[in-house]
Design a protein around this ligand. Structure first.
Ligand code: DON
Length: 585
């Protein structure tokens, strides 16, 4: 009966209202009590807020830090094509099931490279032959590294991760301020390539901010990649076409290079200092060597938590970076060169360096003069490399640096597939005295050879101890280890909060050129002190762009945090991710 129904409904509605109020009160109480507060799913730090949303979505779908990080990296093909997409390489440090792994999906020199193609008849390297040209393109490792990461350490199926990335792309992507700015900065280089010009400069000007991003080809590629995984790049039309395009621009990359590319699982470089355990990338990156040596030498010199003082530590860091960077001369792909580096993890290995750190002025000038003929030019930093840090509530963590080398890599855009190809061959030395674009002089170990991985500075890192876990890294070429070191010093030695540690001014020395680079916000008194120590100072707008994510505290009630550096431009985002709010009925 109708009226009876109404009468019966009133008490039911009242009781459900009452139950609703009780439930709300209960949830409010839970949320206020730290031990029952809603635990975050994780924390993410990356270069673009929309990419961070992709990571958020993946964590909310039950993915772990590795799923989220790979999803973010792939989504950067839409949001940050300067460094994202599938045309480059990278390194990833992963904490999974309590073990730390280092994945090396660095690019390799094509098998067909011939050194003479990079030299003039008189034996002088052809200027810029490894910059914006086909000859600069190395075999990309990303197409193989990303699926490997998901298959080994992920929690979601590969197809599911890609579905989430594709969905985000289909929602419509717009050109960011930062992409527009970089297209403007590199207009001359990029418009030398017909397809790149037509797509990114359709009316002769760079795509304006907020205009639609031309992502359809990339979406199509990701759909097939979701089905075929790495095989898409091993056999068939895709590797054939990539090789063809590179060949058209005079490069050496072949189908066979892609077919035979191997991701390497390496031993991470691990050491303990200041009560923490560090894990970092070893060769073919110089990053781990420099970071481990620097932290351990600082400790030897008495810089320990609670005891570090500001100006003396800057002087010590400058001297240490200056000396350790010189060892790049002895570094290269470990598969090609047995390491002759001193073992800085051992006190005996560091002992010969300690007296040099006490000298004033530092004694490297003769060496620098005799070896360095490059004029001391340091290229401005671009947005060509980026870093992704993700930690999750399951205990997985990812610290991954990916690169095309220079902004937009070689400038060659594959219009059918929607991504740029790298120019990582510039990270090789063409001769032992010829500086690369970063002013780095590198030794015989890093001479260009077929199949070899070029020496890198990328320093993805995981740090654990004192109830904390940190995932950290940065772009910035040779400035990367300096940037990561500076932030870790601020966090672990000075006990500064993450935001402060990342926004503080940084310094950098790379041996060659013999200049101490600093960010303009370095206080005058510190500059004066460093000059007084015999350093020649040179200001640069930024030293790296650090991405940090982590947690601290006990299992229940852990505090997650994520901070991204905005020194190089807008967009970089750090975010703590919570479960999706339950929809109210
Ligand atoms: O692997 C390397 O060291 C370089 N290809 C990284 C370049 C880079 O970080 C540039 N970013 N600003």
């Amino acid at each position: 009966m109708r009226s009876g129904g109404i009468i019966q409904r009133i008490p039911r509605d009242l009781s459900s209202l009452f139950r609703g109020v009780l439930r709300t009160l209960f949830l409010l109480l839970l949320a206020r009590s730290p031990s029952y507060a809603v635990e975050p799913l994780g924390a993410i730090s990356a270069v673009d807020p929309r990419a961070v949303e992709v990571g958020e979505e993946i964590l909310r779908e039950g993915g772990n830090a590795v799923d989220a990080g790979v999803g973010i990296a792939l989504s950067l093909g839409y949001f940050y094509p300067q460094a994202g997409g599938l045309g480059g390489g990278g390194f990833a440090l992963v904490l999974s099931g309590g073990t730390i792994y280092a994945l090396d999906f660095r690019e390799t020199a094509p098998r067909g490279v011939t050194l003479s193609a990079y030299f003039l008849p008189d034996g002088v390297p052809i200027p810029k032959a490894t910059l914006y040209t086909g000859k600069a393109v190395a075999t990309p490792g990303m197409p193989f590294g990303h699926p490997e990461l998901i298959h080994r350490f992920g929690r979601l199926p590969w197809e599911r991760v890609l579905e989430i990335v594709i969905r985000k792309g289909e929602e419509g992507v717009s050109v960011s301020e930062r992409l527009h700015r970089d297209l403007q900065r590199f207009q001359k280089e990029l418009t030398a390539f017909g397809d790149t010009q037509q797509i990114f400069y359709p009316d002769g000007n760079p795509l304006p901010p907020h205009s639609p991003f031309p992502g359809t080809a990339y979406t199509e590629l990701l759909r097939t990649y979701a089905r075929k995984g790495r095989d898409l790049f091993r056999e068939g039309i895709v590797p054939r076409r990539i090789a063809e395009v590179v060949g058209e621009f005079g490069g050496f990359l072949s189908e066979e290079d892609l077919r035979s590319y191997r991701v390497r699982i390496r031993n991470p470089l691990r050491w303990k200092v200041w009560g923490y355990e560090f894990a970092c990338m070893d060769l073919p990156s110089s990053g781990g060597f420099i970071l481990s040596g620097a932290t351990l030498l600082l400790n030897d010199l008495g810089f320990q938590p609670g005891k570090a003082r500001r100006i003396p530590y800057r002087v010590a860091v400058s001297k240490i970076l200056r000396i350790l960077s010189l060892y790049r001369l002895e570094m290269g792909d470990p598969d090609f060169l047995p390491s002759t580096l001193p073992n800085l993890l051992k006190a005996e290995g560091r002992a010969p360096l300690l007296p040099l750190l006490h000298l004033h002025p530092p004694p490297l000038t003769d060496l620098v003069q005799s070896l360095f003929r490059g004029g001391g030019i340091l290229a401005p930093e671009g947005g060509e490399t980026t870093h992704i840090s993700v930690v999750d509530h399951l205990g997985t963590a990812l610290s991954m640096t990916i690169t095309l080398n220079l902004p937009f890599g070689s400038g060659i855009y594959l219009r059918e597939y929607g991504f740029f190809l790298n120019n990582e061959l510039d990270d090789f030395a063409l001769t032992p005295t010829n500086p690369n674009v970063y002013g780095l002089i590198q030794g015989r170990g890093n001479l260009l050879e077929p199949g070899k991985r070029p020496l890198s500075s990328m320093t993805p890192c995981l740090v654990m101890g004192k109830g904390k876990l940190l995932a950290i890294g940065s772009p910035g070429g040779p400035r990367i280890p300096s940037a990561v070191l500076e932030v870790l010093i601020k966090l672990l030695l000075f006990g500064e909060p993450p935001e402060k540690a990342i926004s503080a001014p940084r310094i950098h020395h790379q041996g060659f050129p013999d200049l101490l680079f600093y960010e303009p916000s370095l206080p005058d008194e510190e500059r004066v002190e460093l000059e007084g120590e015999g350093f020649t100072l040179s200001a640069v707008p930024s030293i790296g762009e650090v991405y940090l994510a982590g947690w601290e505290g006990e299992r229940k009630g852990r505090r997650f945090f994520a901070v991204a550096d905005t020194k190089r431009g807008p967009g970089a985002t750090g975010r703590v991710i919570y479960p999706r709010p339950k929809s109210r009925r």
